[in-house]
Design a protein around this ligand. Structure first.
Ligand code: FES
Length: 261
């Protein structure tokens, strides 16, 4: 890898000696993440068009409450305030959202993109004191390891949905939507199983991996995915939104789901 000598320049916000387009990456992160949050929030509050044939939108899975015919528990729960908009996705999305929000990779990306703190490496920061992630409120990011366990359950659930996406009225088949759901769980699985917290849990916690063969293997497998964590993060983010859009537009009759066999 070539080395680039970038002299540090202290002082004013945004001041730097860098000659490259360092601002492009944070700007792209800002636009893509903002776009995703706007779309996901809009889709979550719709409360309809999340199922088409055997396909279920990942934003609404598992459907605990919702359509009484398809939800695991039942229709709108009695304890839910009548003045609040009801949508099954509102019970689901806080968990994957919490997992992404506290992800080690995304933290680095959105600290730069949204807070410009710092805007990029070797670029002047805003004039305020950064107290790090050891003090409130950023210390709460440590909850990531617990979100991980929930995220693993979601992967199992989405794999079940992907399997169901291949069954049409009791017959095995394949539509474009089946492939969309399958790719979705593969990408989300690659992202989740490459989590740094999982890598720590399966082997990184040990001082010596030599002698713990199974853990060493597991650690190496997770490390393979961790090395490309950023790629998995973006691909899975965009695809999960596309999967919801696909199911939604098919359900609305805007798109036609092509049956491959
Ligand atoms: S570090 Fe990114 S998902 Fe855990």
């Amino acid at each position: 890898m070539p080395d680039i000598d970038v002299p540090l320049v202290g002082g004013r916000f945004g001041r730097t000696s860098r000659r490259d387009l360092w601002w492009v990456q944070p700007l792209v992160v800002l636009l893509v993440l903002s776009g995703f949050v706007i779309y996901a929030t809009w889709a979550a509050f719709q409360g309809n068009h999340y199922r088409f044939g055997p396909y279920l939108s990942p934003f609404y899975s598992p459907e605990l409450w919702g359509n009484p015919l398809t939800a695991w528990i039942g229709g709108r729960p009695g304890w839910y305030p009548s003045w609040l908009i009801f949508s099954p996705a509102l019970f689901i999305l806080p968990f994957p959202a919490g997992f992404r929000l506290t992800c080690y990779y995304y933290r680095g990306a959105y600290y730069k993109a949204f807070w410009a703190d710092p805007p990029s490496c070797a670029v002047g920061e805003p004039p305020r004191s950064y107290r790090g992630e050891r003090s409130f409120p950023l210390i709460l990011q440590n909850v990531h390891r617990y979100f991980l366990y929930i995220a693993l359950l979601f992967i199992a659930d989405l794999a079940y949905d992907a399997w169901n996406g291949f069954w049409f009225d009791g017959h095995f088949g394949m539509g474009v939507g089946s492939v969309v759901l399958l790719v979705n769980v593969i990408l989300l699985g690659g992202y989740t199983l490459g989590c740094h917290a999982l890598r720590h849990r399966v082997g990184g916690v040990l001082d010596r991996l030599a002698g713990a063969r199974l853990r060493k293997r597991t650690y190496d497998c997770v490390s393979c995915l961790t090395g490309q964590h950023m790629t998995w993060a973006w691909c899975s983010l965009l695809w999960v939104a596309f999967t919801d859009l696909y199911v939604r537009l098919c359900s609305m009759g805007v798109w036609h789901d092509w049956r491959i066999f």
